[in-house]
Design a protein around this ligand. Structure first.
Ligand code: NAD
Length: 376
């Protein structure tokens, strides 16, 4: 298979990590890195033996045969600078992988998804949290009928912390933006909930900040308590915080989903999957007893392991020319998480009222869908 020619835009922490993933991946040929602060691109280019540029325009001019542009630009609320380079790349006919959140602005996110569909280009998002061994095995349990009809999910995700470690000022991307944590972070937990339980149709939220932030006049709503209903009829709960509390069982990242045939729980994102079967026919258990769980420790503790796996999946999908609607962790999937985030903000602003997220754009059949199983 011919390697895809890739350029990465935005060369700080995350862009550098992406560049290294492409460099090490046989499906990619990293040809360029770029940053408006040229020295950042120079440093990575020197290390990886590729060419550095100061703008995406220069990259596109120098490499007209580029296949993929990977956008890691961040910006306000960690998503304010994604739109411009992503549009530029799509308009130049390139496939795009964009970091999360797809944007901090709903209008921009919707436009990116529309533009990619109009141009017939792949638009993926780095929703890397379900590119893990526990999530893959949990998906197999679900697809294999071992969960049954979904009933509930409980998800907790947030940075470990407390009042003693709180430091005012979250940096220029966060300072003065009350919704920055929600927009920058909830893409991850919402993407998990949707990956396992499907589309969310109803959202109710309470969003707040603890006293330590109030005292420091820190406006950021860092604690999110969100109750949802899925199109399937299942219900779900999400708790997220930005370093205000230290989570209990399951650590910084736990996901539990229960159905009529069994329940699974993932702990610490990459570390552990436990399956709790429902009692089989004829079995009966006293209060407090249940069938023995199946426990699987992966031995993996490094969250960074999600990056090469997710990036490889994108390269694989593009190389295999999968139908557009079958792209894993697509721009449309990322748009869903932003729609839910904005619905949560609206619910909170209306005192916890129920909000129905804006519907996603309809999926179109793709000529690449050989088996005809695509949406009609
Ligand atoms: N998926 C994950 O697990 C994960 C984890 C952390 C951060 N992120 C995301 O990664 C992204 C980047 O994070 P970061 O901490 O590296 O960001 P950063 O703000 O530290 O760096 C962004 C870089 O992009 C450059 N840049 C901005 N606009 C540009 C443009 N138009 N052309 C060229 N360069 C441009 C800036 O000069 C800067 O060097 C964010 O969107 C963040 O939300 C994802």
């Amino acid at each position: 298979m011919v390697a895809l020619k890739v350029a990465v835009v935005g060369m700080r922490g995350i862009g550098t990590q992406h560049a290294k993933c492409h460099h090490a991946d046989p499906l990619a040929e990293l040809v360029a890195v770029c940053d408006v602060v040229r020295s950042r691109a120079d440093k990575v280019a020197e290390e990886l033996g590729v060419t550095a540029y100061g703008s995406l325009r220069e990259v596109l001019e120098a490499h007209p045969d580029l296949d993929v542009v990977d956008v890691c630009t961040g910006g306000f609320e960690n998503g304010g600078w994604h739109f411009e380079p992503a549009v530029e790349a799509l308009e130049a006919g390139k496939h795009v992988l964009v970091e999360k959140p797809i944007s901090n602005d709903l209008g921009e996110a919707r436009e990116l998804v529309r533009l990619a569909a109009e141009r017939g280009r792949y638009l993926g998002c780095n929703l890397n949290h379900y590119f893990t061994e526990p999530a893959r095995e949990a998906r197999a349990l679900l697809d294999g009928g071992r969960i049954g009809e979904p009933v509930y999910c409980l998800h907790r995700m947030g940075f470990c912390g407390g009042e003693e470690t709180y430091a005012p000022g979250g940096g220029p991307n966060f300072d003065g933006f009350p919704h920055a944590h929600l927009k920058a972070f909830l893409a991850h937990p919402f993407s998990l909930m949707r990956h396992f339980c499907g589309d969310i149709t109803h959202v109710q939220a309470f969003l707040d900040r603890p006293g330590v932030r109030r005292k420091a006049a820190d406006l950021m709503l860092s604690v999110a308590s969100i109750h949802v209903r899925f199109a399937s009829g299942a219900v779900g709960y999400l708790f997220s915080s930005r370093g205000d509390v230290t989570m209990g069982l399951g650590g910084w990242w736990s996901f539990e989903m229960g159905g009529t045939r069994g329940t699974f729980c993932i702990e610490n994102c990459v570390e552990k999957l436990t399956y709790f079967p429902a009692p089989a026919q004829g079995q009966s258990f006293g209060l407090g007893q249940q069938p023995a769980p199946e426990v699987r420790d992966t031995g993996v503790t490094d969250f960074g392991a999600t990056f090469p796996v997710r990036i490889h999946a994108f390269l694989e999908d593009v190389s295999n020319q999968v139908p557009l609607h079958r792209l894993r962790a697509s721009g449309r999937d990322a748009l869903a998480t932003l729609e839910y985030t904005f619905a949560a903000i609206e619910s909170c602003e209306r005192g916890g009222e129920l909000v129905r997220p804006h519907p996603l754009p309809t999926l179109k059949r793709d000529v690449r869908d050989q088996d005809g199983a695509g949406p009609s």
